[in-house]
Design a protein around this ligand. Structure first.
Ligand code: MN
Ligand code: MN
Length: 466
């Protein structure tokens, strides 16, 4: 008698790369609690400086100390804020050997910045000149309520914090668009919008009716001087970021998604922060990193092209009696990094730019992106197959729902992450994060289940990767 063949459905399950739904087997109460906490965090943490402050608040509540105050003898739980805009968090066990586990994300997001000499008046309106930061579709920033968040540093070194428009009681700011009745001529199409059209309305009242030059501008300068003690020259040493003033919200009748400004890439930062705090044990010394400047190429001292976290780590290791001359390079070479960044979810309205077999989908779990780059993978670190295999084993062993994803069709566009800045040191690195719809817009969309699977993925990595 011939042997009975297994049903094809079983065979399919064992042979095919199964596409799973991220909601399956999830505890929805936990997912909602986690989402609520994320929404609350993101309602304030819209800029890299505020995000870092909020993260430090949470860390201190959970026993983390500034690196210089940490107890180096036993397990080290410490953080290091670098120039106000980048953060390293260390959890170093009492004893260890081998490399580190790192989860690294970026906490800057595409936005609009003030120019250094911004304020002017024109046609009875006071405006601010701006310069956009990162890849934005400029038309998306017209006629939405905006907040101004950042710092002005006076020449005596004192730092003045500015945060207007985020509190519901605050006024907001706006960039006005042309009415449809008058935009039928040349040069007024969406694609013709230029950076110099992003002029922010900040006032419309004169200081006096006397005949003086720029009475409207002077009124705003007077208000700024009274409120912050600053002058126009002080704005030349400022970092004032224009971001959406609205809060993150749940999306859909089923409340299955979250819309927010800055998911890219604060969602990964938040998930990794929570994963570290919630991990009772780490399999290896663990470092969580939040970088600035990713959206403009990671240049700048607070960006990933400068590994600011290594110096404090060396101090910690030295205090623990480790001979750095002998071992630091070995530790780094054996280090595993999740470059935790978002990918694009296949958008059903714009299918033609995606290749469905290798695209990430909303609600199908955390995305492992082996390579990014443009054209022939140019500019990508392209993770080693050996490393990707180890990562997917950790995820599978921990029942993490994950998917594989490319960023759009070949030759259609492309992008990059901070992965290559770790590869440069010989660290193993791959991109892992959730997929978004409407990435780089003022209101990006993520599935709550994907957010949670990202958190579970990072938990698994911290707990099990060796
Ligand atoms: Mn990103
Ligand atoms: Mn981005």
């Amino acid at each position: 008698m011939p042997r009975k063949q297994k049903p094809y459905s079983e065979m399919q399950k064992s042979l095919e790369f199964e596409s799973k739904n991220a909601w399956k087997d999830l505890d929805e109460v936990k997912v909602d609690e986690f989402s609520k906490e994320y929404i609350d965090f993101m309602s304030r943490g819209k800029t890299e400086r505020i995000f870092s402050e909020e993260a430090i608040n949470l860390l201190e509540k959970n026993g983390y100390k500034p690196v210089e105050d940490a107890n180096y003898k036993n397990e080290v739980k410490a953080y290091y804020l670098y120039r106000g805009k980048a953060l390293a968090i260390y959890k170093i066990p009492k004893k260890f050997n081998g490399g580190l586990n790192i989860i690294a994300s970026h906490i800057d997001s595409p936005r609009i910045d003030f120019k250094p000499k911004p304020i002017y008046e024109d046609s009875n309106i006071t405006l601010a000149k701006t310069h956009y930061y990162g890849g934005i579709k400029k038309y998306q920033w017209f006629n939405i309520p905006l907040a101004i968040i950042g710092v002005v540093v006076k020449s005596d070194g004192s730092v003045v914090k500015v945060n207007v428009g985020n509190d519901p009681k605050d006024p907001v700011f706006v960039i006005s668009d042309l009415l449809p009745h008058l935009d039928r001529n040349e040069n007024k199409k969406v694609s013709d919008i230029t950076g110099e059209m992003l002029n922010l309305i900040i006032g419309s009242k004169p200081l006096t009716f006397e005949k003086i030059e720029d009475p409207l501008k002077l009124n705003i300068l007077k208000i700024l001087n009274e409120k912050y003690g600053i002058t126009e020259e002080d704005l030349s040493s400022a970092e004032l970021e224009i971001v959406p003033s609205f809060e993150p919200r749940q999306i859909g009748f089923d409340r299955s998604m979250i819309g927010a400004y800055g998911h890219d890439d604060k969602i990964c930062a938040f998930a990794s922060l929570k994963a570290l705090i919630d991990s009772p044990k780490v399999s290896r010394p663990t470092v969580i990193l939040f970088f600035d400047k990713e959206e403009i190429g990671s240049y700048g001292s607070t960006g990933a092209s400068h590994q600011f976290w290594m110096l404090p780590l060396k101090k910690i290791l030295k205090a623990k009696g480790i001979d750095l001359e002998v071992t630091f390079d070995e530790i780094i070479e054996d280090t595993a990094v999740l470059s935790s960044d978002v990918n694009a979810a296949l958008d059903p309205t714009f299918k033609d730019v995606f290749e469905a077999n290798n695209s990430a989908f909303l609600g199908k779990g955390v995305v492992v992106t082996k390579y990014t780059g443009a054209r022939g993978k140019a500019g990508s670190s392209d993770a080693d197959a050996e490393f990707v295999a180890k990562i997917r084993k950790v995820f599978n062993d921990n029942n993490v729902v994950w998917q594989i994803g490319e960023l759009g069709k070949v030759d259609v566009g492309g992008g990059g992450t901070i992965a290559l800045f770790f590869a440069e040191y010989g660290m193993h690195v791959v991109d892992v994060g959730p997929a978004l719809l409407g990435m780089h817009s003022p209101f990006e969309i993520v599935s709550k289940a994907d957010l949670y699977q990202t958190y579970l993925a990072y938990l698994a990595f911290i707990k099990d990767y060796v």
